[in-house]
Design a protein around this ligand. Structure first.
Ligand SMILES: NC(=O)c1ccc[n+]([C@@H]2O[C@H](COP(=O)([O-])OP(=O)(O)OC[C@H]3O[C@@H](n4cnc5c(N)ncnc54)[C@H](OP(=O)(O)O)[C@@H]3O)[C@@H](O)[C@H]2O)c1
Length: 318
């Protein structure tokens, strides 16, 4: 009998502890998602650097920062697009802020060139924030052996190598000031989903970014530098070519959510409906999600291949 009592007491206690844990987790999430005041971004410094700032999420983040009075150093590979983006931001936010840009191709420039160009561009600036946003994905899903060498090289260079060199170039200035924030734009393909078949290289490159963030955020937390990996699921940009909806926000909606989380946890899913998707996905066994994803991406591959062959055929006939 005593043994049975002990068993009941132990199971009740364990149940109570896990209930409390879940409740605390839920309440801290509600606090962080809806109630927590965002950090004053200007406290980090008056300049923000954004890579891949000529389109999509990066451009929207640049506009969001400009609306908060931050000066911008835009990093991009296309000088015309950089000029046009600078002009557009200036027109929207008047003369309150300064905007500079630097042409860096994260695929073509090597590490030394990236560091040299960036060090030159940030010399004398009170750099507070760096957003490593530039990224490349597959135009459509394919098996790993089907990824052509050029695409393979570009994804690894832009998503992994380039981002690492940019961080290397900017970090010293933040260490000197003993403050700063670095935001690496990761992907739900690695943090939220158990796998991302047929888009393997992209997902693996983003997994690097998540781990890179987790490690360096610990290294520099005590120095006063907040390093974070922000995890989007689908956003309506030229990368996804998806129409905006509740679960697929516009880059503007997404970047508003992003800025609220800067300076807090090291890996975050900032947009509410993305978080909701994550929550639901977590409730489904991994094996089911894996099998659905494989079927989904096989379908996506088939569509991409047929589109490609149509383009080739029309090119050959003209
Ligand atoms: N959209 C999504 O659903 C989604 C989901 C998860 C994660 N993400 C991540 O979010 C980030 C932004 O994605 P997005 O959807 O906004 O993409 P996007 O609209 O395609 O914009 C990508 C940006 O990166 C720049 N870029 C590409 N290659 C570059 C290079 N070699 N050197 C310098 N800049 C380069 C592009 O420059 P150009 O203007 O010259 O092309 C553009 O400004 C990426 O890291 C992506 O992996 C996006």
């Amino acid at each position: 009998m005593e043994c049975l009592d002990f068993f009941f007491l132990a199971t009740h206690t364990l149940g109570f502890i896990s209930l409390c844990k879940a409740l605390i987790h839920f309440l801290s999430w509600v606090w962080a998602m809806f109630l927590r005041p965002p950090k004053q971004l200007k406290d980090y410094g008056s300049w923000a650097i954004i890579t891949g700032s000529t389109d999509g999420i990066g451009k929207a983040m640049a506009l969001e920062f400009a609306s908060k009075g931050l000066n911008l150093l835009l990093v991009g590979r296309n000088p015309l697009k950089l000029e046009a983006t600078s002009k557009e931001i200036k027109e929207k936010h008047g003369d309150d802020i300064e905007i500079k840009f630097v042409v860096i191709d994260l695929e073509k420039d090597n590490g030394e060139e990236i560091v040299k160009k960036l060090e030159g561009a940030i010399d004398g600036l009170d750099v507070g924030i760096l957003v490593n946003n530039a990224g490349l994905a597959y135009p459509y899903a394919r098996f790993f052996h089907e990824v052509d060498l050029e695409l393979m090289d570009a994804i690894m260079k832009v998503n992994v190598v380039g981002t690492t060199w940019v961080t290397k170039a900017v970090l010293p200035i933040m260490i000197k000031k003993k403050k700063g924030a670095i935001i690496n734009i990761g992907s739900g393909s690695t943090v939220v989903l158990p796998s991302y078949p047929l888009v393997t290289l992209y997902a693996a490159s983003k997994a690097y970014l998540a781990m890179f963030t987790k490690c360096i955020s610990l290294e520099y937390r005590n120095v006063g530098i907040d390093i974070q990996c922000q995890v989007p699921l689908f956003v309506s940009t030229k990368m996804t070519r998806m129409r905006a909806s509740m679960f697929v926000p516009t880059p503007e909606m997404y970047s508003k959510a992003c800025t609220k989380w800067i300076g807090y946890e090291s890996v975050v899913v900032p947009y509410f409906f993305h978080y909701l998707q994550w929550f639901l996905i977590r409730a489904i066994p991994d094996a089911l999600v894996d099998s659905y994803l494989l079927r989904y991406f096989l379908y996506w591959r088939k569509r991409g291949l047929s589109k490609d062959s149509k383009i080739k055929a029309s090119g050959a006939s003209s």
